[in-house]
Design a protein around this ligand. Sequence first.
Ligand code: THU
Length: 146
Amino acid sequence: MQKWTRQNCPQKALVDAAEDALEYAYSPYSHFQVGAALLDDHGVIWSGCNIENAAFSPGTCAERTALYKAVSEGVRSFQAIAIVGRQEGEQTLTASFTTPCGVCRQVLSEFCAKKMPVYVANGADDVVEYTLNELLPHSFGPEDLS
Ligand code: THU
C-alpha cells in the first residue's frame, strides 16, 4: 500500500476520470454514487458508474461497468484502476475510501495482474494505492482450473 496526495498521484488523470464517471451513477436506492476508471494497455481509459435496479440484485458496481465496457469491445489488458465514491447531493467525495467490493475484486482478478495498482481517493484529496493482490490475496483464478 502506498499513499499519495491527489496532486502527486502518478495516476491523477485516472482519479479525475473516475470522479467524472461518478456523475452518471444511477443510484436511486442507495443514494451512493461510485465512479471507476480503468486504464488499458493502449492508454485508453474505460470509465463506469454504479447502475442500480428496483429489483436490487441486478444492480452493478462502477468497477464492473468499466471492465465490462472494455472487455465487450475486445480489450483485456489493463494497467490500473481508480475508484471514488460520493453521497448523492454532496459536492465532495466521501471521507472514507471506496475500495472495490468482493465481487468486483474477483471480477477484476480475472483480467488484471495481481500487481495491478488500484487507486482509491477520498474527499480530502488523499489517494491510497493498493495492488489487486493486496485486496484479494490467495485468489482463485483461471490458472487454478487446470
Ligand atoms: N458500489 C460500487 O459501485 N463500487 C464499490 O466499490 C462499492 C459499492 C455501489 C454498489 C451500490 O450501487 C452502491 O455502491 C452502494 O453499495
